[in-house]
Design a protein around this ligand. Sequence first.
Ligand code: DC
Length: 232
Amino acid sequence: MIITIDGPAGVGKSTLARRLAEELRFTFLDTGAMYRSVALVGIRANVAWDIPEELAQLARELTIDFSGQEVILSHKDYFAQEVVTSDLRSPDTTAKTQYAANNRTVREILGQKQREIGTAKGDLVTEGRDQGTLIFPQAECKIFLTATPKERAKRRYRQLKDRHIEADFATILAEQEKRDTEDETREYGRLYPAKGANIVDSSNLTEEETFEKLLEIVSKQKERNQKSTTNP
Ligand code: DC
């Protein structure tokens, strides 16, 4: 079974999708990390950001290994099986990731890789922006996870404070709004709820309550699948 979880930045998709995959013993796919990886190779190669084909060529040549807990990149010129998990979340990589996300050829290359993983693994929890709409429109279980912009920014602010990192709420909110607009308006692969998606608004829910909701959605889908195999 393929479970897609799409939603805006800062809603907690990665944490919840990873937990769900562990609970179900499914493979977990963080597609945001793939876009971040392409941005990282672009930075390393000092790519011309205004020439989309240069970044697309790097994406074609890049191998992204997610099989363990870490993300490992290989590229003939720039990465020799290098662990990049924390580099993927640096502010510089985050800022450059829009170049990968807005590049149609890069989206096609990564989309192809995502479908191959889905076919090879069969049981998958995948999270991103376009997983239920464009990459796995046939997925049996689609979830759109959302929360109000203010609530998402509040969570991010608290997270940084907890780590004793200097943070300004208004800046976080403004940057998040910019990313939301980018995600919702990109020409190819934009963020919107897939047809038939279960919409989960976590604004007033704890992480635990949201996780319970996701489990409930999946277990209902499993029941439906069982019924349709016993009563075809
Ligand atoms: O989920 P994230 O913050 O790690 O995603 C990083 C960026 O990649 C984000 O700006 C949107 C983009 N992205 C995308 O366009 N499509 C996806 N399937 C996943 C992420």
